[in-house]
Design a protein. Structure first.
Length: 187
């Protein structure tokens, strides 16, 4: 057997060039950086860039700041703020999944109940008026109606959850991204 060496994938950088550190955080949020939310534009930029990168590697967020700004706050404070923000977003996605599955289960119970009622009604109609064309049409229509009522639960439980899983995975990756503040020399 040939032993394979797997190289550790280098972290993929997401780079932001800012004039001030305050551009990274919401201006209406009164808390210090560690507790503050990211600015919507900054978050959207980071998330959009992260979506375009390979999904199996580690991420790095490189923040280029003027030298005077880069010295102001500790890198660990910025790392903590960004990590906390994306951890919160990942938890939001987890809550969205829980809510989606709860709704999906309710719809599934309703859909299966309608399917059962439709199938029983179809059998009853066929027994009451056997060998008539209209009974067959009505019975088949009821069965189709029963199955159609289960389309939405299947859609919710099977298909609509995938984008939320992907968003949660991305937010978790961003929460663990290493943040590096790089000073820019004044021109």
């Amino acid at each position: 057997m040939v032993a394979r060496e797997f190289k550790k994938r280098r972290a993929v950088p997401i780079e932001l060039r800012l004039n001030t550190l305050s551009q990274l955080f919401q201006s209406l949020d009164p808390y210090r950086f560690r507790e503050r939310d990211l600015d919507r534009n900054a978050e959207e930029f980071i998330v959009t860039w992260a979506r375009e990168l390979p999904s199996d590697g580690a991420l790095e967020i490189l923040i280029h700041l003027p030298s005077s700004e880069a010295r102001g706050e500790g890198q660990s404070d910025i790392q903590s703020a960004i990590s906390r923000h994306f951890s919160f977003r990942a938890e939001e996605a987890t809550q969205d999944l829980r809510e989606q599955f709860a709704i999906g289960r309710i719809y599934l119970v309703m859909g299966l109940s309608v399917l059962t009622a439709c199938m029983l009604s179809a059998q009853l109609i066929e027994r009451l008026a056997p060998a008539q064309n209209w009974t067959r049409v009505v019975a088949e229509g009821l069965v189709i109606l029963g199955w159609v009522t289960n389309w939405r639960p299947a859609e919710i439980l099977l298909f609509e959850s995938l984008p939320i899983y992907r968003r949660r995975r991305l937010m978790r990756r961003l929460a663990t991204a290493r943040v590096i503040v790089m000073p820019i020399a004044a021109a």
